[in-house]
Design a protein around this ligand. Structure first.
Ligand SMILES: CC(=O)N[C@H]1[C@@H](OP(=O)(O)OP(=O)(O)OC[C@H]2O[C@@H](n3ccc(=O)[nH]c3=O)[C@H](O)[C@@H]2O)O[C@H](CO)[C@@H](O)[C@@H]1O
Ligand SMILES: C=C(OP(=O)(O)O)C(=O)O
Length: 418
């Protein structure tokens, strides 16, 4: 199994290009199923999860073509199955996002329940309730969500709690429903806005994406279109934290600073000098040690759960004590035990971790447990004395494109071994 080896001690310096967002491209690929002609998606990140989604779309009959720049064109006109099997859904929870599109387009869909994952349970009751408001009959049998509706009809739906996935599934379904749908307490993440932009390019009529109230006027058909995926705010944030921890200076190119305000505010609070110029974010730490910061994860525009592990790594070597509250997932502290192996001082009590910064970490073999936990271990390795070897990095390949090449380009001593 492949591993990543990091030799600590280099202050990062240089420029890095940010890829398209994993959490935007996956719903967008599912949304292409709504169209009645090919849809071209560009700025697609080269990720394992993208390959899995493409496999799922191909399995149900969609035509997939990939150009030399990794742009993906999906031709949904050849879809012949409305069943998403367990083998694919289990490896990637985002597969559940084919439910809304298949139901809206074909009047029925069967999608395996995603089950939980390492970071916590991943229920889909909010997705189901939203589709029921649009008139679907939904049952859960033999581990599958089975949904049916001759034609969905618009309605007003209030999500009980903010859910990114449920907002995406119901939004996609509503585009082909008869009449108007109003979604209240909708998620406001930039990835929802990007999905709505892609749907709009396919002929959907959507207002309010990016606010808590989205209004969709259903249309009879969606046509083909083109869309370029929004830059990955979590990837950009991860590189900026790496620069801050190592006392370095980097510029993230092709980023979207307006989608990352909570993260940039915390980096500034940690003592980083930040300069945003169009799609470029420059962070300069001027060789200083970061100051500890308190973090509470919550839905956008608050601090994202997907950056919690990386800021935990920063607090491990910061000056002072940082308190981290994780409010989205019940088990998203699995990086703690691995960070402790590197010499960190962290105490966990329920959803709260208290991190006391130490002067130095020391390299050790560690194990990645999930995607962002893997990133936090690389960050810790960048500042640890000696060598840190990270096992089970397949998690990393789900969500970061060429991370070791990008970090090497910034001067880090990092390599992948078999
Ligand atoms: C609000 C939030 O930060 N969402 C994150 C969540 O999105 P993802 O779409 O995976 O998860 P949701 O936004 O749906 O989950 C938010 C919360 O709602 C609960 N829930 C969700 C659906 C449902 O049907 N029933 C239910 O109870 C979840 O258990 C969770 O506590 O994980 C992604 C991957 O880390 C992140 O990119 C998203 O930013
Ligand atoms: C946990 C993540 O993704 P997923 O919901 O696909 O597991 C993530 O992007 O940090």
């Amino acid at each position: 199994m492949q591993k990543i080896v990091v030799e600590g001690g280099v202050a990062l310096d240089g420029e890095v290009q940010i890829s398209g967002a994993k959490n935007a491209v996956l719903p967008i690929l599912c949304a292409t199923l709504l169209a009645d002609a090919p849809v071209e998606i560009s700025n697609v990140p080269h990720l394992h999860d993208v390959v899995t989604t493409a496999k799922l779309l191909a399995e149900i009959g969609a035509g997939i073509s990939i150009d030399e720049r990794y742009g993906i064109t999906v031709d949904p006109t050849t879809v012949h199955s409305q069943v998403a099997p367990y083998e694919l859904v289990r490896t990637m929870r985002a597969s559940v996002l084919v439910l809304g599109p298949l139901l809206a387009r074909y009047g029925h869909a069967e999608v395996s329940l995603p089950g939980g994952c390492a970071i916590g349970s991943r229920p889909v009751d909010l997705h189901i309730k939203g589709l029921q408001t649009l008139g679907a009959t939904v049952t859960v049998e033999n581990g599958f969500i089975k949904a049916r509706a001759d034609r969905l009809r618009g309605g007003r739906h209030v999500f009980e709690m903010v859910s990114v996935g449920a907002t995406e599934n119901v939004l996609m379904a509503a585009t082909l429903a008869e009449g108007t749908t109003v979604l209240e307490n909708a998620a406001m993440e930039p990835e929802i806005v990007d999905l709505a932009d892609c749907l709009t390019a396919m002929g959907a009529r959507i207002e309010g994406a990016g606010t808590g109230r989205i209004v969709v006027e259903g249309v009879d058909r969606l046509h083909g279109g083109r869309h370029s995926v929004v830059p990955d705010r979590i990837e950009a944030g991860t590189f900026l934290v790496a620069a801050a921890m190592t006392g370095g200076r980097i510029t993230a190119r092709r980023a979207r600073p307006d989608t990352m305000k909570a993260v940039l505010a915390k980096l500034a609070e940690a003592g980083a000098q930040l300069d945003c110029d169009g799609d470029r974010i420059t962070l300069d730490m001027q060789g200083r040690r970061p100051k500890a910061v308190n973090i509470t994860t919550a839905p956008h525009p608050a601090f994202p759960t997907d950056m919690q592990a990386q800021f935990m790594a920063l607090n491990c070597v910061a000056d002072g004590v940082g308190v981290i509250n994780e409010t989205i997932f019940e088990n998203r502290f699995m990086h703690v035990n691995e960070l402790l192996r590197l010499g960190a001082d962290i105490r966990v009590d329920g959803h709260t971790a208290v991190v006391r910064g130490v002067e130095r970490l020391s390299g050790a073999p560690v194990m990645a447990t999930d995607l962002r936990a893997s990133a936090s271990l690389i960050l810790a390795g960048l500042v640890a004395d000696g060598s840190t070897t990270i096992d089970r990095i397949y998690h990393l390949d789900r969500g970061y494109e060429n991370i070791e090449e990008k970090l090497s380009g910034l001067g880090a001593r990092i390599r992948r071994i078999d």
